[in-house]
Design a protein around this ligand. Structure first.
Ligand SMILES: Cc1cc2nc3c(=O)[nH]c(=O)nc-3n(C[C@H](O)[C@H](O)[C@H](O)COP(=O)(O)OP(=O)(O)OC[C@H]3O[C@@H](n4cnc5c(N)ncnc54)[C@H](O)[C@@H]3O)c2cc1C
Length: 244
């Protein structure tokens, strides 16, 4: 396990309405730090101001999936939702460019298999974090396996990585993204409802080998696993879940 100090270098905040704010940020990841990671893994982050409630001398560490790809050098990216006033997430929401954080990593068994014949990614909200890392890795290595991302959220303004995802779709014919808003406005040009409403139409000649990666809140992610196996008929051993 490696631990190092880093500084925030870039921040993108998403609007808040009826729910949690979300922030995507980048921080330094110098080549002198040897922390190899695989897409899907997470790091632990601490901030000098956030101590354990039970022990004011000990830092509180919290887990966050790494949303950047190991193919992207020099920085790590994270995608964070809001938390309680005394936690690390809330602190990360308030930091400015240049401020220091501590990082430990990398951890986790939610790992991209780079050699699957086909991929389906199912993300809700900040659950996009480990999945966008996987998609970045596959596409930057010019993998030709068909990749479909289903990305669900409530409001159109919660479409994180929109510009990048739409550009990747144009530049990689094997990558398709279906975005689904459950509370769209009249200008929303994509799917409406929940992921299941569109995923039910998924079909593929190699459905038995398709790798399905799911990430989101526990109750939604578990519902999606059940739907994938019972309704779409993906093989249970190919359906891999990360929930928090
Ligand atoms: C593998 C993994 C990957 C994850 N990836 C992401 C991700 O990419 N993005 C994301 O947004 N979330 C992610 N999460 C979820 C994130 O780790 C949790 O939301 C975590 O609780 C955030 O930590 P926090 O300090 O903000 O805690 P909070 O959300 O503030 O609180 C969680 C719990 O910790 C308690 N708590 C709060 N402050 C303290 C304190 N100072 N001392 C002691 N207890 C305290 C609270 O009372 C509450 O019970 C991931 C979780 C896991 C397990």
């Amino acid at each position: 396990m490696v631990e190092f100090k880093s500084h925030i270098t870039k921040i993108v905040d998403f609007p808040v309405q009826e729910g949690s704010p979300t922030r995507v940020f980048e921080c330094e990841f110098p080549s002198s730090v040897s922390m190899p990671y695989i897409s899907g893994q997470f790091a632990m982050i601490a901030h000098p101001d956030v101590k354990l409630l039970a022990n004011p001398n000990a830092l509180k560490w919290a887990s966050f999936s790494i949303s950047s790809s190991p193919e992207q050098k020099g920085f790590l990216e994270f995608c964070v939702g809001d938390g309680s006033p005394t936690g690390v997430s809330r602190k990360l929401m308030t930091l400015k460019q240049g401020e220091e954080i501590l990082i430990r990593g990398a951890f986790g068994k939610f790992l991209l298999d780079e050699n699957a014949p086909e991929y389906v990614f199912l993300a809700t909200g900040t659950g996009i974090a480990p999945l966008i890392s996987m998609i970045r890795t596959l596409l930057s290595k010019n993998k030709t396996a068909p990749i479909t991302l289903y990305f669900g959220f409530r409001y159109p303004f919660q479409f994180m990585y929109a510009e990048e995802i739409l550009a990747l779709q144009k530049s990689h014919p094997n990558f398709k993204c279906i975005v689904i808003a459950s509370r769209p406005d009249s200008s929303w040009a994509h799917a409406k409802g929940h992921i299941q409403d569109v995923l039910k139409d998924f079909s593929s000649p190699q459905i038995g080998q398709t790798k399905v990666y799911i990430c989101g809140k526990p109750e939604i992610a578990e519902e999606l696993v059940k739907f994938c196996v019972d309704v779409v008929k993906f093989s249970p051993e190919n359906v891999i879940i990360e929930k928090w």
